[in-house]
Design a protein around this ligand. Structure first.
Ligand code: TPP
Ligand code: MG
Length: 559
């Protein structure tokens, strides 16, 4: 057995069962070996799409996923998606053929490329070690939650692996990470803080999306009267909880922002407290005690200084804190059980019921005969589209509308690939998420800029037969830039475009498509939802372009 085949087989034996890619000569044999060994291969039309599909698939499924690319230019094409995955700590293996011969057209310093975007670089170094090295890449991706580029040199690929079958038989999938135990004194310190908290708020992030976290956090929050929020990447985690504030940060509704700002204690649970989640710190009051729980010590205080940092698994820390509070957490002078309900007062309950959701907030519809208000569009779509959905959102001025107006059933309902803040990832994100959750309707929300940047993957949607809805918030512009620079009178010729008929583009790829200018134009969307959904649907919504969105204005204020 040659190295290329042994590496492909080893990746599958180590548990990587899903591979996305664009196949060229350098990754042909290894990718085929993965398929022969039982992996599912999805051909993307661009390596950037492949990387982001794999990223989204890994985020939703939790499984180490593989991207397979050609040497040199295949890897450079994938770099933005690899950067997004690396920043998001997605367990991903990029199987990259490598031209180590400097005279090759395909030669480039692949180690430097991987490391430049925050990925870990591995290499298959010999026939004897190939199987172990491939397996080690999967194990590292899983164990350390890292994006690993596994370079596979062309000159090694055709070598014979000594005793390959025996080496492959020894490959095992990684064992699940063991939950990091918080220190007893940290639990005691958190108990002390929570026992005295009058208006506590928990903000749960990516690290709180694991099994059992919701229950553990809800139980602890109930015990100490805390309100519950999430970062954008964990949206939906507390769906249905009466004390949920939905998303903390730029997307927060005015009431949610007011309540978070009013907290006397905020506990970040597996959440890194970025400038987006905290609105550049504006959501954290000057007197607020800030606690951060994370199983990665490097994450503690990385974005904001905290009063108490606890290195520990989110679920385990919540459970231990809860037990400690129940057993003996009450300071003697102030019995815990006799306190008022913390932040869970009748006034808070009334306010949450009346005006938490963006949908509860009246607005003046700015739509015309030619362009629909993006809020009106989003609200109508929220009503039309089935509740069991998984949404991918691209970047841009429009992005807050689908993120906040389209509800999601749980923390697997929104796949938010925004760590690199790149436009053009939303469509591939939704493809990866759709494959990981075939039981749900996949919905891609894109700007016209992001949609056109990634349009080649419309082919992948149609070829895979995904019953997906793609909504393009089409303002014929890089709206984020228009609203950033327009108010200061700068020329906008570089960021505005003549109209593009994106519905026609989609039809060319085999989609059903509808152009929407008013609410009435949405009837074909209802019909599509009610029908057999044999072709995917693209909604080219011509949206009003006069004003920037609320969250963008907020973001600009932060700088
Ligand atoms: C890869 C990449 N290139 C450029 C940018 C800068 N950028 C941020 S938003 C944006 C405009 C996006 O336009 P569109 O997708 O139409 O969304 P809109 O802002 O109009 O709602 C641009 C160019 C970026 N974030 N990522
Ligand atoms: Mg636009």
């Amino acid at each position: 057995m040659q190295v290329a085949e042994a590496v492909g087989r080893a990746l599958v034996a180590a548990g990587a069962g899903q591979v996305f890619g664009v196949v060229g000569s350098g990754n042909f044999h290894a990718t085929n070996a993965m398929v022969d060994a039982g992996a599912r291969f999805v051909a993307a039309r661009h390596e950037g799409g492949a990387a982001t599909m794999a990223d989204a698939y890994a985020r939703i499924s939790g499984a180490v996923t593989v991207v397979s690319v050609h040497q040199g230019c295949g890897l450079t094409n994938a770099l933005t998606g690899i950067g997004e995955a690396a920043k998001s700590r997605t367990p991903l293996v990029v199987l990259a053929a490598e031209a180590t011969e400097h005279r090759s057209n395909f030669h480039v310093d692949q180690r430097a490329l991987a490391e430049a975007v925050g990925a870990r670089s591995h290499r298959v170094t010999s026939a004897a070690e190939a199987v172990a090295e491939a397996s080690a890449a999967v194990h590292r991706a899983a164990r350390e939650r890292r994006t690993v580029v596994l370079n596979l040199p062309l000159d090694i690929q055709a070598l014979d692996v000594p005793d390959a079958e025996r080496a492959l038989a020894a490959v095992v999938p990684p064992t699940p990470r063991s939950a990091a135990e918080p220190a007893d004194e940290d639990i005691a310190a958190l108990v002390e803080i929570l026992a005295h908290a009058e208006r506590p708020v928990f903000v749960a992030g990516r690290g709180a999306r694991g099994p059992g976290c919701r229950q553990a956090l809800e139980a602890l929050a109930e015990r100490c009267g805390a309100l519950l929020a999430t970062s954008a990447v964990a949206r939906g985690l507390f769906r249905g909880n009466l004390w949920s504030l939905d998303v903390a940060g730029g997307f927060s509704s005015p009431l949610a922002a007011e309540l978070i700002r009013g907290a006397d204690v905020i506990v970040a649970q597996g959440c890194s407290l970025t400038m987006w989640t905290t609105r550049h710190g504006a959501l954290i009051g000057p007197e607020t005690t800030l606690v951060q729980v994370d199983d990665d010590p490097a994450a503690i205080g990385a974005h904001r200084p905290v009063h108490l940092g606890i290195t520990g698994d989110v679920r385990l820390t919540a459970e231990k804190t809860h037990i400690a509070l129940r057993d003996d957490g009450a300071p003697v002078h102030r019995p815990f059980d006799h306190r008022p309900l913390g932040y869970r007062t009748p006034e808070t309950a009334d306010a949450l019921a009346a005006r938490l959701s963006w949908r509860d907030i009246p607005y003046e519809d700015t739509g015309t005969r030619d362009r629909i208000d993006p809020r009106t569009l989003s609200i109508a779509l929220d009503d039309i589209l089935p509740a069991q959905r998984v949404i991918g959102v691209d970047s841009g001025n429009f992005m807050g509308y689908p993120t906040m107006y389209l509800s999601v059933p749980d923390e697997q309902g929104l796949c938010f690939t925004q760590a690199f803040q790149s436009i053009g990832l939303g469509l591939a994100t939704t493809i990866g998420a759709a494959l990981a959750r075939p039981d749900r309707l996949a919905v891609a929300a894109l700007g016209d800029g992001g949609a056109l940047m990634s349009a080649v993957e419309l082919d992948t949607v149609r070829r895979l037969g995904l019953p997906m809805v793609i909504v393009v918030y089409n303002d014929d512009a890089y709206g984020a830039e228009v609203h950033h620079f327009g108010p200061d009178g700068f020329p906008l010729g570089t960021v505005e475009f003549p109209p593009t008929d994106i519905a026609a583009v989609a039809r060319g790829y085999g989609f059903e498509a509808v152009t929407v200018r008013t609410r009435a134009d949405l009837k074909p969307v209802r019909d599509w939802v009610a029908g057999p959904r044999t072709a995917p649907l693209l909604v080219d919504a011509k949206v009003v372009r006069e004003r920037g969105s609320w969250w963008l204005e907020e973001a600009f204020r932060g700088h």
